[in-house]
Design a protein around this ligand. Structure first.
Ligand code: ARG
Length: 269
């Protein structure tokens, strides 16, 4: 190899370095753009009228929307245990029959709350994240206020499911004033277990590119074929690739839900 060979070698090295540098810059741009505007955008939602998801409840804390919840009957609603950690019942109330956060519909006080006895938040996971709430007065049922039956079995991976709420439109974003809905797909539990180390039978995962539930949606409904299959519980960020949303698995928790509703009914208001 002569002089010219050496020269072309160093030119090639420089060219290779330039390509590597250009690739690095463009992929860094892609990643940051993705995390802001693509993967966490609105969590893929569309506005929904409450009559499309009449089982949707807004759980209020000191009069303001704090979590979602779900109508089980005219005086029982379900939510996530982590939404009702205070024993001061006066803090909480529910709003039903309105598409807009913090206005309209019926607002009802709470008579009692039962959190799952084995609810536990540890290592970033929420186990048995469910609670039953008995209302002080009965809801007036109608086209925009309706109970939803509990699922008997967890749907298979790939099944589309509807989730709704007034939660954040992106991770660390502000809550939505209008009710939003989106469709996510149930994720096979073995697949989801690869993303989250602590995945137990009381959890079910759902995800879709750019779509997810998010902070403020917790306690709200995940629905397949008109049945409640999940309660919004947890997740790493919102709509992040490889990190599905985690929901309390209603079919598995059904015996607990039914037993504890019975015991709430025996308590006096
Ligand atoms: N823990 C959140 C809440 O309190 C819900 C998080 C749902 N996250 C998700 N990526 N699906 O509202």
């Amino acid at each position: 190899m002569g002089f010219s060979g050496l020269k072309s070698h160093s030119t090639r090295t420089q060219f290779k370095m330039f390509i590597q540098w250009a690739f690095l810059i463009s992929s860094a741009t892609l990643i940051s753009a993705g995390s802001i505007s693509i993967s966490e955008r609105i969590v893929g939602g569309q506005p929904a009228n409450i009559s499309e998801v009449p089982w949707q409840v807004s759980l209020l804390k000191r009069g303001k929307h704090d979590c979602g919840a779900v109508i089980f009957s005219d005086d029982i609603v379900l939510t996530a245990a982590h939404c009702v950690l205070s024993n001061n019942l006066k803090k909480y109330s529910v709003r039903v029959g309105s598409s807009i956060a913090n206005q309209g519909g019926q607002v009802v006080q709470i008579a009692s709350i039962k959190r799952h006895d084995k609810y536990l938040k540890i290592f970033g996971s929420s186990f048995n994240d469910i609670a039953v709430i008995r209302l002080k007065t009965k809801l007036q049922l109608g086209d925009s206020v309706r109970p939803i039956p509990l699922a008997d079995s967890a749907p298979a991976g790939g099944t589309p499911a509807l989730v709704s709420g007034w939660g954040a439109i992106k991770h660390k974003g502000v809550n939505s004033k209008t009710l939003l809905k989106t469709t996510v797909n149930i994720v096979d539990r073995n697949v989801c277990g690869k993303s989250y180390k602590f995945m137990t039978q009381d959890m079910i995962c759902a995800a879709a590119p750019g779509k997810d539930s998010c902070q403020g949606d917790s306690g709200g409904p995940l629905v397949v074929d008109g049945k409640l299959v999940g309660i919004v519980s947890n997740g790493k960020g919102c709509a992040r690739p490889f990190y599905p949303g985690i929901y309390a698995n209603v079919a598995v928790l059904k015996p607990w839900i039914e037993d504890n509703i019975k015991s709430l009914m025996y308590e006096s208001k």
